[in-house]
Design a protein around this ligand. Structure first.
Ligand code: SAM
Length: 314
């Protein structure tokens, strides 16, 4: 299937998420590795939990869709790929199996240890092609140099308070003409999981009151609330999205840094609400359905995650 066209990512802002606090490993606090709200999908403060998550249906759908999209855009192997925040190395090993040379730059030693364990079980040809470097992505220019054929940053921008410094570094790391691949939350659609799980109060709270902002303006302009038009009863408006959860903002930062969008994909349109169930025998069909939905409107616009694929132009 052809990649989806790179159309406008602007969507109404309806939801918010307070950015997780991110203590460093040295603070002695558990480090939040992945924030996944809702029943059956707690925050992962333990590496083993995240590694276990990657083996669930939702984890597999996510990883396989990312791989599938990238195959459409990467230069042929062997090429040099850099995975910023590469975690336990799932994408690194996948692309090493396909003949690429992959460097993982990852700040969490526990994640790197999990990646090492995965590599230990991999064939020597794969092990040879993967390098692990400990460090924060924002320091990666000094740690691993520039000129990469492609730079990945999947599921990481939700952990930095402000995404622009990290996104700018991704572009700087990538050679002109190279690929920048970023996966982030689809902030405007985050209420969908709660709704599909029947958590109605959570859903309503996440959505806020779309009429409240307009009503506030009415009050300011006319000194009274306009009764007609369904102004909601005292529900607060949704708070602004954290900047890393706003796909239009992420795409805009990448573009301003010197890239152009090649395509964007939705990840987990149909499976995000299923909790941490294991994959069934129909996993290939599930991935196929998610792939087709994630490449076209309107389905990709309500997916849980958005995968941006850009090319560096300068
Ligand atoms: C949800 S995991 C994603 C791992 C992997 N990219 C994947 O898609 O499976 C988030 C990862 O981001 C890493 N991370 C958090 N802040 C980071 C930063 N500033 N630079 C690089 N990696 C970071 C975490 O240590 C963790 O391994």
């Amino acid at each position: 299937m052809q990649p989806s066209s790179a159309s406008d990512l602007s969507t109404p802002v309806l939801d918010h998420r307070v950015p997780p606090s991110r203590p460093s490993a040295s603070d002695g606090e558990p480090r939040v590795l992945a924030v996944v709200d809702g029943p059956g999908a707690a925050d992962y403060t333990d590496t083993a939990d995240y590694v276990a998550h990657t083996a669930t249906l939702r984890g597999i759908v996510r990883q396989r869709l990312v791989t599938r999209a990238l195959i459409e855009h990467l230069p042929p192997a062997p090429a040099r790929l850099l995975d910023i925040g590469g975690g336990n190395g799932v994408q690194a090993m996948e692309f090493a199996r396909r003949g690429y040379h992959v460097t993982v730059c990852e700040p969490d030693p526990r994640m790197l240890a999990a990646a090492r364990r995965g590599l230990a079980d991999a064939p020597a040809s794969v092990r040879r092609r993967v390098e692990l470097v400990e460090g924060d992505g924002r320091d990666a220019v000094h740690l691993v140099g520039t000129g990469w054929d492609a730079t990945f940053c999947h599921g990481v921008i939700m952990f930095v308070p402000e995404p622009a410094p990290l996104l700018n570094v991704l572009v700087e790391l990538t050679r002109p003409g190279g690929i920048v691949s970023v996966v982030g939350k689809n902030g405007p659609a985050l209420a969908l999981r709660a709704g599909l799980q029947g958590r109605w109060q959570d859903t309503t709270a996440m959505l806020g009151d779309p009429w409240a902002a307009a009503a506030t303006e009415d009050v300011q302009e006319t000194g009274r609330r306009q009764g007609a038009g369904g102004v909601g009863p005292d529900r607060p408006p949704a708070l602004p999205l954290p900047p890393g959860d706003d796909p239009a903002n992420v795409a805009g930062i990448l573009t301003a840094a010197g890239t152009r969008s090649l395509a964007w994909y939705g990840i987990r349109t149909f499976t995000d609400h299923l909790g941490d169930i294991p994959p069934g025998p129909d996993v290939d069909s599930v991935v196929d359905a998610e792939w087709v939905a994630g490449a076209q409107d309107p389905y990709r616009g309500i997916a849980r995650l958005i995968h941006h694929v850009h090319r560096r132009i300068g």
